[in-house]
Design a protein around this ligand. Sequence first.
Ligand code: TYD
Length: 138
Amino acid sequence: MSIEDVKIIELPRFTDPRGNLSFVEQLNHIPFEIKRTYWIYDVPGGENRGGHAFRENEEFIVALSGAFDVIVDDGAIKKRFTLNRSYYGLYVPAGLWREMGNFSTNSLALEFGSIHYDAQDYIRDYKEYLIMKRDGKI
Ligand code: TYD
């Protein structure tokens, strides 16, 4: 997988004077079956987290509230995506290094994953990631 496979995906959006509504469906708006949903909240403004790659897990990340950046890196090219609306999200395939940063105060990141939580699926060492990428192991 390369940076070209990372995509902003627009979600349905029903604007309404009573309040807007968006939704997401597996294998429709996002290209995988959702096995897990988690959210990151109470992040101190400006904080960074999530520096790792997944061997298998695919993700779809939405800024439900506030704003943050997702920095994706395929070992050759690094790209920064700013998420700041709840009606689109970022699809990140497996095998890419990704970090999250520049969280605004009170931001809320919602993440969908394609596999159940598995600590063995993480690569947390960037140098190790680069070697695996170079050797075609990820
Ligand atoms: P982690 O993904 O390591 O966050 P970050 O890369 O931003 O530091 O998750 C932090 C902790 O939460 C980790 O100890 C494992 C736990 N965790 C689960 O138990 N289930 C999950 O689905 C996730 C995402 C994390």
